[in-house]
Design a protein around this ligand. Sequence first.
Ligand SMILES: Cc1cc2nc3c(=O)[nH]c(=O)nc-3n(C[C@H](O)[C@H](O)[C@H](O)COP(=O)(O)OP(=O)(O)OC[C@H]3O[C@@H](n4cnc5c(N)ncnc54)[C@H](O)[C@@H]3O)c2cc1C
Length: 398
Amino acid sequence: GLAGCATAASLAARGWRVSLLERHAGLAAEASGNPQGVLYLKLSAHGTALSQLILSGFGHTRRLLEQLHRGVDWDDCGVLQLAFDAREGERQAQLAAAFPPELLHLVDRDQARQCAGIDVAQGGLFFPEGGWVHPPSLCQWQATHPLINVLTHREVLELDRVDDQWCARDGERVLASASVVVLAGAAEIKRFAPSADLPLKRIRGQITCLAQTPASQALATVVCAEGYVAPARLGEHTLGASFDFNNQDLAPTRAEHAGNLQRLREISEDLLQRLDADTVAPEHVQGRAAFRCTSPDYLPIVGPLADREAFAQVYAALGKDARQVPHVPCPWLPGLYINSGHGSRGLVTAPLCGELLAAWLCDEPLPLPSVVAEACHPNRFALRALVRGKSQASKVQS
Ligand SMILES: Cc1cc2nc3c(=O)[nH]c(=O)nc-3n(C[C@H](O)[C@H](O)[C@H](O)COP(=O)(O)OP(=O)(O)OC[C@H]3O[C@@H](n4cnc5c(N)ncnc54)[C@H](O)[C@@H]3O)c2cc1C
């Protein structure tokens, strides 16, 4: 997917030979397989680590996309985020005060209609450099490097360390071995013992595809409210997306198509009619479902991983006093790295996180401020658990 292909591309660009193991017949067959994803920045006005990552990641992905075919692989048509309620309006006003107008600016209802080319019920925030991307094209392009060997139909069932090599196997068969392994299989990486404790969760999402009509050609930007709709790619618009925390099945459901059509209605009654979607029955529309993979703090999980038990022992002192700075080397799992947990924004975060990993691995200056890299570090959960252990102990004492 986006994380694996980006990591492979960043390493290959630095001269590494990469085996890219994928269980399906081709790349981008799971979360990264939607026909259109939105390149959209969900920022915070308070400069949080997540917001800094999103801003840098957006610029990085945009620069990569310049190499791809505009109109088919991606389009910089802009993204209009409607102020669909008072709270969203307030959030947008804060963002407009915090960021430069070239990145985002407020538009009133008339300006919003002009940007979007259709009628909308509110103004909002316009991101002129945003747009949509065909994620499989980005994956394919990143994996096309002479140093990357794409090995499809290879499902890794076990991961062992033999001497100084990691060995990926599906039972008896060795699929690949190398001194460095990067786990980029979204939440599936929990099946391997070293990463089994990472708090990754799967959240099912479904998109709906609607055929372009002569009247829907007027749609000129991506428009978002609770959901999103993109201008057509190759004659088809993508509407998204549902969130289902319980369903573990990937067969598209009628109920979620109905939900996506309702989200389209909330974006624009006018567009709903232009797409003849006000009369279409949910059982007659097409779409696909996949799992997002999220972490509890919504930041991706990127970097080297330590041995969980050894980590808890070596840094046990932090459980008594979180302000200590123990001068003990971290018990790393040598050569084991993670690039996962990209949630709903992998288009913005996964490519830059490939660069971040490659920088860790090649001992280069990091492409992000160190506070942001630390906020994404795989060890953060083990560290927090140690420190929380301390606060629970002191509560018991008091
Ligand atoms: C409905 C929906 C809508 C979305 N909309 C947007 C959007 O508008 N904008 C945006 O930025 N993001 C969006 N996202 C999120 C984005 O798609 C993800 O963040 C991104 O695709 C994650 O990439 P990934 O490589 O981590 O995971 P995936 O794409 O899931 O890739 C993981 C890959 O690992 C392979 N794999 C797993 N286990 C193994 C194994 N044991 N052996 C071999 N191969 C294995 C899988 O087959 C898969 O190809 C959306 C997601 C969904 C589900």
